[in-house]
Design a protein around this ligand. Structure first.
Ligand SMILES: N[C@@H](CCC(=O)N[C@@H](CS)C(=O)NCC(=O)O)C(=O)O
Length: 203
């Protein structure tokens, strides 16, 4: 088993943080998305979408999509549960994980890909206006998170979950995406300090 990743990219980081929380060690192999490594026939045979991360099982099966990879390890090792517990808990984690991925991470990465000069060869065509439209969308989601965190320790409730992982990784990626964090979101700041100081955040 191994995971193909580009270390600097946010989606592979979600998987690394998840595995660190579980205490699971998997060998990582670096492929450089900036150097065309994802466009090769060998990589494309693993993931037709030419994206990282890809988990390759011992029987050769490629598993793509960060959340699919995380769910695989959740099934293998349920403790600590990071996709919630019980019908209510699992539904809430799913709800917030999707909001963090579709509402926050997508806005941040779209801004990065459509505005950052380094992305000009990967994001064709680069549409600066679309990048700018996504910046306030990310900020709007931070405000919703701040409200949620006023009465919840973590994004989906009392327990740390994969929703916190997607949210933290997305917020860290706001720096290269050049989206300033708004002032005054005290609940978000409290939560960010807490999740960022977990050892897994260094993964
Ligand atoms: N939905 C996928 C997204 C994967 C993705 O977008 N990966 C980026 C790195 S964070 C990538 O491989 N980009 C390469 C490219 O666009 O050429 C997931 O959750 O894993």
């Amino acid at each position: 088993m191994k995971i193909l990743e580009t270390r600097t990219a946010p989606n592979p980081r979600r998987v690394r943080v998840f595995l660190a929380e579980k205490g699971i060690e998997v060998p990582f192999e670096q492929v450089d998305l900036m150097k065309g490594d994802l466009k090769t026939d060998a990589f494309t045979s693993l993931n037709k979408l030419q994206k990282v991360p890809v988990l390759v099982l011992d029987d050769g099966t490629p598993i793509c999509e960060s959340m699919a990879i995380c769910r695989y390890f959740e099934e293998l090792q349920p403790d600590p549960p990071l996709f919630g517990t019980g019908p209510r808990g699992r539904a809430l984690v799913e709800m917030w994980q999707r909001r963090m991925e579709l509402g926050l991470m997508s806005a941040v990465t779209t801004a990065f890909r459509h505005l950052h000069p380094a992305m000009v060869s990967l994001e064709v065509p680069q549409v600066a206006e679309w990048g700018e439209i996504n910046k306030p969308r990310a900020v709007d989601m931070l405000k919703i998170m701040d409200e949620q965190l006023a009465s919840n320790r973590y994004i989906a409730g009392d327990a740390y979950s994969v929703a916190d992982i997607t949210a933290m990784v997305s917020i860290d990626f706001m720096k290269p995406a050049r989206i300033p964090r708004p002032e005054g979101l005290d609940n978000l700041t409290r939560w960010y300090g807490e999740v960022s100081s977990r050892p897994s955040a260094k993964a």
